[in-house]
Design a protein around this ligand. Structure first.
Ligand code: ADP
Ligand code: MG
Length: 259
């Protein structure tokens, strides 16, 4: 097995009752690789990200991070949340709606995970929080409460929080689609900076021009399956499947893929 593979997703299936939402989704993420996961609403993108860190336990299939099976013991039984916590810390997640704790300050939101999951000393966690807040250009907001920040700023705090776990992989689920259009750019800039540091990421986005610029590889999903994948520019400039052609055309009609 080539050692540059960081994350292996194999034959992931997820059903809700009789509704099959993921059907044999398989892909590998290499070290430093950036994958953009695109597809119409309801195609299973969020479920796929959530299944990767067992927020949504898959019905079938495996997720393996650096040789370690996520979420299941050797005997195949599902781990408890407590057992899973260190594995989940390796997989940072950024959601559409930020999910910051409203009763905690910006910096308290960030120090929580490294304290809890990594057992980091309070002073070290504070130093890390300060460093990460400067990385997302919010050093001056450390003591602010989340609801006093704009959506773009809240999302950048959420990114700093995900980084504070010191994850090996970052998963972004439409990180800009809840934002006012004028706030999208500041969040994309931060993601671009992280990408240029060589961080491995899977990014669900409708920002196709951003995906083209940042991603190495595109995976296009429809109806819970991977329909097409390949080099980002090749896939976007020369889509093969009628379904992807149609999807890209519909994004152009709706204004270049914003939202
Ligand atoms: P996407 O992120 O691509 O829009 P989702 O992964 O959110 O798609 O959803 C895929 C399908 O799974 C949709 O039909 C959605 O309604 C269904 N679904 C998602 N979560 C649940 C759930 N907890 N229970 C039942 N159906 C769900
Ligand atoms: Mg979604």
């Amino acid at each position: 097995m080539p050692t540059d593979i960081l994350l292996e997703v194999s034959n992931l299936c997820k059903s809700f009752g009789s509704l099959a939402v993921l059907e044999n989704v398989s892909f590998n993420l290499r070290r430093g690789e950036r994958i953009a996961l695109i597809g119409p609403s309801g195609s299973g993108k969020s479920t796929c990200l959530r299944a990767i860190n067992y927020l949504e336990p898959p019905t079938k299939g495996d997720v393996v991070l650096e040789g370690q099976v996520i979420g299941r013991r050797r005997n195949g039984q599902q781990m408890s949340d407590r057992e899973m916590a260190p594995q989940r810390a390796e997989i940072g997640m950024v959601f559409q709606h930020f999910h910051l704790w409203p009763h905690l300050s910006v910096s308290e939101n960030i120090v929580l995970q490294p304290r809890k999951v990594r057992g980091m000393k309070s002073s070290d966690a504070r130093a890390l929080s300060a460093q990460l807040l400067s990385k997302v250009h919010l050093a001056h907001k450390a003591d602010e409460m989340p609801q006093r920040l704009s959506g773009g700023q809240q999302q950048r705090v959420a990114i700093a929080r995900a980084l504070a776990q010191q994850p090996k992989v970052l998963l972004f689920d439409e990180p800009t689609s809840a934002l006012d259009p004028e706030l999208v750019g500041e969040v994309l800039t931060v993601i671009k900076e992280l990408a240029s540091e060589g961080r491995a990421m899977v990014l669900v986005t409708h920002e196709i021009s951003f995906a083209r610029e940042v991603a190495d590889r595109i995976i296009f999903m429809d109806g819970g399956r991977i329909v097409e994948e390949g080099d980002a520019k090749a896939v976007l400039d020369n889509p093969q499947s009628p379904r992807l052609k149609q999807f890209l055309a519909s994004l152009q009609l709706s204004g270049g893929g914003h939202g």
